[in-house]
Design a binder for this molecule. Structure first.
Ligand SMILES: NC(=O)c1ccc[n+]([C@@H]2O[C@H](COP(=O)([O-])OP(=O)(O)OC[C@H]3O[C@@H](n4cnc5c(N)ncnc54)[C@H](OP(=O)(O)O)[C@@H]3O)[C@@H](O)[C@H]2O)c1
Length: 433
């Protein structure tokens, strides 16, 4: 590996670079490279399907005339390119092409969170075997250097937990709901602005964030998690009224991705949670990302900034590219496969909408006490009709699985008009059991 890196850094000619994918990030990378003209780096190939329309685009016209445009991946794989920058996304066919690029002695820079969350460990082995690098600093939090910051700046600590806001779409939706808008309106706006896909499930149901949480857990806690085993909860069940109640509890609501090391087990969850107004996570608005990393020796470190967008992400990609081109090594520590549980020992926020009848509170508290959960407070705002009455119960800290057991029986009560909502309340001192 060292031999190859030295050769790349010391070569007289520039390090040759191919871009796979000329979309939002790919075209921004080409723009940044053309504008900054970094010495020792030369863009030589751009691969995309139906390449003619990309070439004729505004971004395409700014690409140097010497660059080879192709829609045949073999042209890139058989070329003398030193670094492949993958900005297409998804697992197929990208994974196979990345394996081939690494095996043919090309380093790879990618921003592809799905690829790294699901295949990162095995691709890292291929890179190691062939003495090349696989770098993915832009795969989480776009332009916020959380991955390089953790690798270079926090590897000396023992990170025990991390939590953050890593999905800009959810943060945009929830922070606008906090300001009074309703979910459907904000989602439609997010789709119009290009923040959310036509099918928003990957974002709002937590799948995008859990891929990122798994990458962060691997880097920060050296824990390899199966992304499909990480619990997720949709933000689409959160309603305007929940923000009113959250405010009464000196909190707001954010989609939080959190992981905590507990011996050989990792507690990990992506869900809307109540976040105290004093937490840095409550201060992040719009598409901003934020990650708080807690280490045994160094305490808390907060990363924050633009989590997405062509140019912020391109900055992270080009920074990775420069590091690879200059032969800068990346810190590597052994990673271990860990089992995952979605259970956290925390207080919980429970919201019910009922057709009000005498005895409902008694029945709910009975179901909670049957599983050993204690009520901490009961909140009921005035002004709602009795036949559709929302109210909230908060519990003292207990396991989420315990509360979910009680919620399953409460949901079956005749008076329940909607599926009750259960959210963890994030407090600095809550610990997994
Ligand atoms: N956008 C962001 O803010 C951001 C932030 C962090 C990380 N990322 C990651 O960066 C990567 C790229 O994202 P993006 O937003 O730039 O996506 P994008 O705008 O959809 O660009 C992807 C490009 O790859 C091309 N492409 C996709 N599949 C292909 C295939 N099978 N063969 C040939 N060309 C193919 C697409 O061509 P068509 O135009 O024909 O579809 C498009 O030009 C993803 O992994 C994403 O998760 C993005």
């Amino acid at each position: 590996m060292k031999k190859k890196q030295k050769k790349m850094a010391a070569a007289d000619s520039a390090v040759k670079v191919a871009l796979l994918g000329f979309g939002t990030v790919g075209s921004a990378v080409a723009r940044v490279l053309a504008a900054s003209k970094f010495p020792g780096v030369e863009l030589t190939h751009i691969f995309n399907r139906n390449v003619a329309r990309k070439r004729e685009s505004e971004a395409g016209k700014a690409v140097p005339a010497s660059v080879v445009w192709t829609e045949d991946i073999e042209v890139v794989l058989r070329s003398k390119v030193d670094v492949v920058v993958e900005l297409m996304g998804g697992l197929n066919p990208v994974e196979g092409w990345i394996r081939k690029a690494l095996a043919s002695g090309k380093s790879v820079v990618t921003a592809n969170k799905q690829l790294i969350a699901y295949r990162g460990a095995s691709l890292a082995k291929v890179a190691e075997k062939h003495g090349v690098q696989l770098v993915h600093g832009a795969a989480v939090a776009g332009g916020v250097p959380v991955i390089p910051g953790m690798l270079q700046g926090l590897s000396g600590d023992q990170v025990t937990r991390l939590s953050g806001i890593v999905n800009g779409t959810c943060n945009y939706i929830l922070s606008r709901m906090e300001a009074g808008a309703d979910y459907a309106t904000v989602l439609a706006d997010a789709q119009q602005l290009g923040y959310a896909e036509a099918d928003p499930s990957a974002d709002v149901d937590g799948y995008d964030a859990r891929a990122k949480l798994c990458i962060l857990s691997r880097i920060a806690m050296h824990a390899e998690l199966d992304p499909d085993a990480v619990s997720t909860q949709t933000i689409s069940a959160v309603e305007a009224i929940d923000f009113s109640y959250a405010k009464e509890l000196n909190s707001t609501i954010r989609q939080v991705s959190r992981a905590e090391l507990n011996g050989r087990l990792v507690h990990a969850r992506v869900a809307p949670m109540l976040v105290p107004l004093t937490s840095p996570m409550a201060w992040s608005h719009g598409t901003q990302n934020m990650v708080v990393v807690s280490g045994r020796f160094g305490g808390d470190v907060v990363f924050s900034g633009h989590g997405a967008g062509g140019e912020p992400t391109a900055v992270a990609v080009v920074s990775d590219l420069l590091a690879v081109a200059q032969g800068c090594g990346v810190v590597k520590l052994p990673v271990r496969r860990r089992e995952v549980t979605g259970d956290f020992f925390a207080p919980h926020y429970l919201r019910f909408v009922v057709d009000d009848k005498p005895g409902i509170v008694h029945a709910i508290s009975g179901a909670l006490s049957k599983v050993g959960a204690n009520i901490d407070s009961l909140l009921q705002r005035p002004g709602y009709p009795k036949h559709k009455l929302p109210f909230v119960v908060t519990t003292e800290p207990c396991l989420t699985s315990t509360i979910e057991k009680a919620m399953a029986s409460i949901a079956k009560m005749d008076c329940m008009l909607e599926r009750p909502l259960c959210l963890q309340i994030l407090v600095p001192e809550d610990k997994p059991e």
